[in-house]
Design a protein around this ligand. Structure first.
Ligand SMILES: Nc1nc2c(c(=O)[nH]1)N[C@H]1C(S)=C(S)[C@@H](COP(=O)(O)O)O[C@H]1N2
Ligand SMILES: [Mo]
Length: 527
């Protein structure tokens, strides 16, 4: 066989093998647990190991698409590796097949290293996929190296051109069969995956949220200013930002869901069911949630009307006392079904603010993306330090004794939300007409409240904006400013003052370790 053809067929075999191994592994995973598939396992392990700065860069560069980019990257690496192994196998058949097994081992090791690892069942998909892949590579390459049984020159001796006569028919049949079987396995796997969330979807469809005992007052009319381009006061669920490490969104069945509360200083440990939770007094609260990864001016902040059970009440029932009243535990660690751990100060959770186990978001059960059936919320703390989605366990411990997931990855153990403000309109590099231009945006300082927002044009003086009515101290506040805009390029800068009198600092810091600070600026050209 000619050198070029040799390489091409080897590469093709490698790709087919990679595809087959992946399809088989995903099929096995679908039968066990969607999270055990190789792409998700390797992707998850990569996320776990991503230094804070790189994660930050990925979120900045790819935004909500960061997970897609990661998975595409993994598939690209897999494809390259498969091609290399296929070509290698043309010379060293056993070595090529062994290389496929090594790849399976990488997937298995990734799966074992995940915080939600299930041990043997977790590594099974990668090993089965790799074994099938290795065997397939051995067979395919065998066809390429074997003499053609139909050829007169069946001894495998070179033909007139000096090329060995290979089993073309055998190869094409084996390759087509492998491609067909892989496609079928892949399709079956996807189907199984789709139906694996069926119980969860049915349980969510069956949820009837009881009327809250303590309903939130109506949002004051004046809280929503009518300026085009301004974020709505209540963020619709479909537009609410999503930040988590889950490559596969956990689908939890509310019927079998349980939450355990236990640990240091818990005199009466408690296990709650979803129905048991709904039978308790429910509170309804408007709370603005912010991500610590939000850049100045960034999109990772949203405001919703939540329904849930007060966490402080549940903890008190369990005999938990905050440190200020002599309790031995200063950290509450929430654990999710996907192995995320999130630590919050017990003092904050029990200091009278509306920390809750939320079951409803804007009038419906929590969407799967936002933590169905139950998530935690603590006003005034960044999400990574308070807002555990798909929660299943609460353990009382100390900050000395335990570092939660993000704390192990360079983020601060404790992180109250910083006072921030954002210009929503005009957009950066907009070209508004000279005259009155409405400048508007939002400002937040959960638990403290916003008392003032000022705008500066270029290097001019700070000018007071008009604040919209306040809903609560835990919600963001809209502001607007009719700007008499003169032609030319201008920079608009915003800063807020919270109710403690603290003016938002202009000192720029990065998001790591405890949230970005600095003023948001927008440059526009007035025409
Ligand atoms: N189980 C789980 N809960 C989680 C996270 C996660 O990765 N896994 N991310 C946290 C972070 S960093 C934030 S900012 C909020 C975001 O909540 P949202 O996606 O509903 O907006 O969820 C928090 N809860
Ligand atoms: Mo976050």
């Amino acid at each position: 066989m000619a050198g070029g053809l040799r390489i091409a067929l080897g590469a093709l075999s490698g790709l087919l093998v990679g595809f087959a191994a992946l399809a088989v592994a995903e099929l096995v995973a679908a039968g066990i647990r969607p999270q055990a598939g190789p792409v998700v396992a390797v992707g998850g392990a990569a996320i776990d190991r991503t230094p804070a700065a790189v994660k930050d860069w990925a979120v900045r560069s790819f935004g909500a698409n960061d997970k897609l980019v990661l998975q595409a990257g993994i598939l690209a690496v897999l494809a390259v590796w498969a091609v290399v192994l296929g070509v290698l196998a043309m010379r060293h058949r056993r070595l090529g097949a062994a290389g496929v097994l090594v790849f399976g081992a990488v997937g298995a090791a990734s799966s074992l290293s995940r915080p939600d690892s299930t041990g043997f069942t977790g590594v099974l998909p990668c090993f089965v996929g790799a074994a099938v892949g290795a065997a397939l590579l051995y067979v395919l390459i065998g066809r390429l190296l074997a003499p053609d049984p139909a050829s007169k020159n069946s001894s495998g001796r070179p033909d007139e051109l000096g090329n060995a006569v290979w089993d073309r028919r055998g190869f094409v049949i084996a390759a087509a069969a492998a491609a067909g079987a892989s496609a079928a396995a892949g399709a079956l796997g996807r189907n199984l995956n789709a139906s694996s969330g069926k119980d969860a979807a049915a349980s969510r469809a069956g949820v009837v949220l009881p009327a809250p005992g303590a309903a939130a007052p109506a949002v004051p009319k004046g809280a929503q200013v009518r300026v085009a381009g301004l974020s709505p006061f209540i963020t619709p669920n479909k537009d609410f930002y999503r930040v988590d490490t889950a490559l596969v969104v956990p689908k939890v069945d509310a019927v079998t869901w349980r939450l355990r509360i236990h640990g240091t200083g818990v005199r009466r440990p408690l296990t709650l069911s979803f129905d048991g939770l709904l039978e308790r007094e429910l509170i309804e609260r408007d709370i603005t949630l912010t991500c610590v990864s939000n850049e100045v001016g960034g999109p990772y902040v949203g405001n919703a009307r939540w329904i849930g059970v007060r966490l402080a009440g549940l903890l008190a029932e369990c005999g938990v006392a905050p440190p200020s009243r002599g309790g031995p535990a200063d950290q509450l660690v929430a654990r999710s079904v996907d192995g995320m751990t999130i630590g919050s100060p017990v003092e904050d959770v029990m200091d009278g603010r509306d920390a809750m186990l939320a079951v409803g978001m804007n009038g419906e059960p929590l969407p799967f993306d936002h933590g169905f059936p139950v998530r935690m919320l603590v006003p005034g703390l960044y999400g990574y330090a308070s807002a555990c989605k798909w929660i299943k366990d609460i353990e009382l411990t100390t900050f000395d004794a335990y570092d939660a997931y993000w704390v192990e990855r360079d983020w601060a153990p404790q992180a109250p939300v910083k006072t921030q403000s954002r210009i929503d309109t005009p957009r950066p590099f907009a070209r508004p007409k000279a005259g009155t231009v409405m400048v508007a945006g939002v400002a937040w300082a959960q638990t403290r409240g916003i008392d003032r927002v000022e705008i500066r044009v270029d290097d001019g003086p700070w000018q007071e904006t008009t604040l919209a009515a306040e809903d609560t101290r835990d919600t963001w506040r809209q502001w607007s400013f009719p700007w008499q805009a003169a032609k030319g390029g201008h920079a608009l800068t915003v800063r807020a003052t919270d109710r403690t009198g603290q003016v938002q600092t202009g000192t720029r810091t990065r998001t790591v370790p405890d949230g970005a600070s600095g003023w948001h600026s927008v440059v526009v050209t007035v025409e």
